[in-house]
Write a protein that binds this ligand. Sequence first.
Ligand SMILES: [Zn+2]
Length: 227
Amino acid sequence: MKRCIICGGKCKQFHEYFLKCEICGLYVNIDYPSPEKLKNRLKNNMLTASRKKEVEKRRLGKAKIQIETINKYSKRGKVFDVAAAGGFFMKTAQDDGWIVDGNEISVASVNWAKQNYNLNIKNDYFEKLDLLNDHDVVVFWNTLEHMHEPVKSLKKTYEILKDGGLIYIRVPNRNDNNFKKFVEKLHSFEFNPQNLDKLLNDNGFEKIFLKEIPDEDQPMDLLYKKV
Ligand SMILES: [Zn+2]
């Protein structure tokens, strides 16, 4: 029987390929590709924003809001974008005066970011990278739900942040009412505000805010501080 990575509760079949923790409600994808398979499957993957100008413009506009929010809580410094796709956030943060770094497993997206924004995105998994503990902010923008081992990802984040550094997350907010509408094969886990708060607390982060966002796909935004 599978135990929950957040609370240790029992995970029981909930959907064709998702289990659900009977205590904290975490959804766990039991059919998620291994890191090697996923990297191979996504090697040519690019977001629509890398193919359509108007979508790119919208994505850059959202990145501007992301960086403006961060600027309210941190002085400009060094930011790492986990699974950066085509580098839309990195480009925007760099233009705003931040030193940027990031990773992405899709080779096509890394190349696109180099050609279009002159960014050097690292083509490997975040947890495997050799990084210094000199970051002010780490961003997971629609990416925490794709991590193979979110605990490992948060431990890595803690390790590379300076004391008092920030973690900024956007992630789907899932419950039994909206799970089936939005279910995605390439999400490894689906969180709710309570279990994600516990996961962050347990890994050394303290809440600054956690907001449910009234967008169509029902995400939540979280800003936490390393303590
Ligand atoms: Zn649980």
